[in-house]
Design a protein around this ligand. Structure first.
Ligand code: SAM
Ligand code: SF4
Length: 335
């Protein structure tokens, strides 16, 4: 088992397989001018599979593929197949914007993908196009439908809440009523400062602390005759490796979760390392400290790769100490 220097068991690796995307969400990527890394600068699929094999030998059991948009990376289905076939790996999940799921969900499931999280920040079609700069909400709905029809379980919907966007939160919570959808509200985080120019930028005022969000939705739901939100205990939560707190409405098929990286940080439960698309290992989302796994992969033995992995593990900070702002965009880190 892999432990960091704060006695936390670290067995979850989040891998960004590309920094590219078929959308440009306001808070994640500038519309133009992203300095895309050339393909040669990205880890190859073989290199990613090698990292997973070595990490599994160190006690890592769970992998999430993210990005950028993981489904635009050519060969992603084969990568899923290779990862799940790695001895020691128990589960491989994906975070996606869902747009390519209608054509890919079945082959991903056949390859061994365990679960999908689909990102959707608004249910208003015009606002969706505004936030993603050109996306069509019907494409995400089609992605959600295909994930459910293919039999992925649980299917989680991730919504980043930004105060100035005035999203209809109750409408989101209602998604959990009639279908087994697990809606998670995510606190807006200060990642990717360079988005600020012509993107949304991050301000503290735009982050709605989870406690405020929970009481807001609870009040709206109660007024609408749905509420209150009922807290779920550990055995009732949908399968997952993250720190979400879950609730449900009586009789609902799905759940409503809250993820608060800032207002109520969960660093003491942190169980992960992140690997960027270029092969840098990040001990903490909120720190730009990185370890060069790429160099070791190119020139080194498995032992050299293992050494970098151990170094990154042992330098995980105890908590993020409310350090805000990172140089890299979320799409480069792998959100
Ligand atoms: N393209 C995929 C998607 O959108 O799901 C995977 C990559 S995306 C970077 C992963 C998640 O990070 C998405 O749910 C996105 O909403 C979230 N995200 C991006 N920037 C964020 C920010 N500043 N604060 C909180 N979540 C953010
Ligand atoms: Fe693309 Fe996901 Fe970032 Fe939106 S949040 S721009 S879909 S990587």
């Amino acid at each position: 088992m892999a432990y960091d220097s704060h006695a936390r068991n670290i067995d979850y690796l989040r891998i960004s397989v590309t920094d590219r995307c078929n959308l440009r969400c306001l808070y994640c990527m500038p519309e133009e001018g992203v300095a895309w890394k050339p393909h040669e600068a990205m880890l190859s699929l073989e290199e990613i599979a090698r990292v997973v094999r070595i990490a599994a030998g160190e006690g890592f059991k769970r992998i999430r593929l993210t990005g950028g948009e993981p489904l635009v990376r050519r060969g992603i289905v084969n990568l899923v197949r290779d990862i799940i076939a790695t001895p020691g790996i128990e589960s491989v999940a994906m975070t996606t914007n869902g747009i390519l799921l209608p054509e890919m969900a079945a082959s991903l499931q056949a390859a061994g993908l365990s679960r999908v999280n689909i990102s959707l920040d608004t249910l208003d079609p015009a606002q969706f196009t505004q936030i993603t700069r050109w996306g069509a909400i019907e494409d995400v709905y089609a992605g959600i439908n295909s994930a459910l029809e293919t039999g992925f379980n649980p299917v989680k919907i991730n919504a980043v809440v930004v105060r100035s966007l005035h999203q209809d939160l109750l409408a989101f919570a209602r998604l959990s009523l009639d279908r087994p959808l697990h809606v998670r509200f995510i606190e807006y985080m200060p990642v990717g400062e360079s988005c600020g120019g012509e993107g949304l930028g991050w301000t503290e005022a735009d982050t709605i602390p989870n406690e405020e969000l929970i009481s807001l939705i609870d009040a709206q739901a109660t007024a609408a005759g749905l509420g209150p939100l009922i807290a779920l205990n550990a055995s009732e939560k949908p399968t997952g490796w993250g720190p979400a707190r879950y609730y449900h409405f009586a009789g609902a098929q799905g759940t409503v979760g809250f993820i608060s990286a800032l207002s109520r940080h969960f660093c003491e439960e942190c169980n992960r390392l992140r690997l960027t698309a270029e092969g840098q290992l990040r001990p903490c989302l909120f720190s730009d400290l990185e370890y060069d796994l790429r160099g070791a992969l190119h020139n080194g033995t498995d032992e050299a790769v293992r050494a970098v992995l151990r170094e990154a593990l042992s330098s995980k900070p105890d908590e993020h100490h409310h350090q805000v702002g990172t140089e890299r965009l979320m799409s480069q880190i792998g959100g």
